[in-house]
Ligand binder design. Structure first.
Ligand code: ZN
Length: 315
């Protein structure tokens, strides 16, 4: 029997989210010039997109209070999409002059998570996105409709597929053609990922799907394989695996870009990302954040790295 790669996509796109999802989770405010330096280095690795920052209220996320500055100072590489996370209309109004290529809208699929995060239930959050989508359209900005807790909720546990579909269809009704499915707390398993992603593909033809995985319980790379088998070709990941889990202090958050690219390289699935360049950025990130990274390949080296065999000890 051969391992079947027939259904696997030949290439995928990587959306680097470390500068937003990762930096916002750091205890210390990262100086703007460090952020800009790292984003510029990421721009040269071959990633398709970078989520640069968020226009969330600076009081809620002080680490990203310099969003305007960062967007203005980065050097945009041709072919890379630079996006901003937009939580609401106030944020969207702030984001317009930043000139991002795309806005990622974020809301929770489950009411309890939505209430705890955004002080409103999912339907209210969806209604709040309508003027945001309209403003994006007026300004020629592409929109991604992200669905937090789509693969599991810290308060409600398993989320029925119908619930995910309901939110996805609400986004589609607004004219959103690009959706993001997020395993916000890292509880998804490969079977759930395969069933959810293939189910959404089947029910929402013409919609592009991305996947945002967390490695909190060590299932992220297995989930990538399941998603590839379901035909998913867009993955979020974070350099060094930056980004924690708010419900499990000290636990791992985002899947690391190095680990993802390393596995894709070995499997012959193109990502356009140069692993050595990404590992070099990870080393820079480690210096700046001052703590170890959640990246197996950054720690252990690549599978193809050879070591010198030790000489037998002469007796
Ligand atoms: Zn994340």
């Amino acid at each position: 029997m051969n391992f079947s790669t027939e259904q696997l996509p030949g290439a995928v796109e990587i959306n680097e989210v470390g500068p937003r999802d990762g930096f916002q989770a750091e205890d210390e405010f990262m100086p703007t010039e460090c952020k800009v330096e790292i984003i510029d280095a990421l721009s040269r690795t071959g990633v398709a997109a970078i989520q640069v920052t968020s226009v969330v209220h600076p009081k809620a996320v002080p680490q990203l209070a310099d969003a305007e500055d960062v967007m203005a100072r980065i050097e945009r590489a041709p072919g890379v999409r630079y996006t901003v996370l937009v939580p609401n209309l106030r944020g969207a109004e702030r984001a317009v002059p930043m000139g991002a290529d795309g806005w990622e809208l974020m809301l929770s699929v489950t009411d309890s998570h939505s209430r705890s995060n955004a002080n409103r239930n999912t339907d209210e959050a969806l209604r709040g996105m309508e003027p945001v989508v309209a403003l994006a359209r007026e300004n020629g900005v592409e929109v991604t409709g992200s669905m937090a807790t789509a693969l599991g909720c810290p308060f409600e546990g398993k989320v029925p597929f119908e619930r995910v579909l309901y939110v996805a269809e609400a986004y589609r009704a607004m004219g959103v053609r690009h959706l993001g499915v997020a395993d916000t707390v890292g509880v998804a398993d490969p079977r759930l990922v395969f069933e959810t992603m293939s189910g959404l593909k089947e029910r929402l033809p013409g919609i592009t799907l991305g996947l945002h995985l967390h490695n909190t319980r060590g299932m992220a790379l297995a989930n990538v394989l399941a998603a590839l088998q379901a035909g998913v070709t867009e993955f979020d990941s974070s350099v060094g695996g930056l980004g924690g889990c708010p419900f499990a202090p000290g636990a791992t958050g985002n899947i690391s870009t190095e680990d993802l690219v390393h596995m894709l390289d070995l499997m012959g699935v193109g990502s356009g990302v140069d692993l050595d360049s990404m590992l070099a950025v990870a080393r820079e990130v480690k210096e700046v954040v001052g703590h170890p990274l959640e990246s197996a390949v950054a720690r252990a080296g690549k599978a193809e790295d050879l070591h010198e065999a030790p000489q037998a000890q002469a007796l």
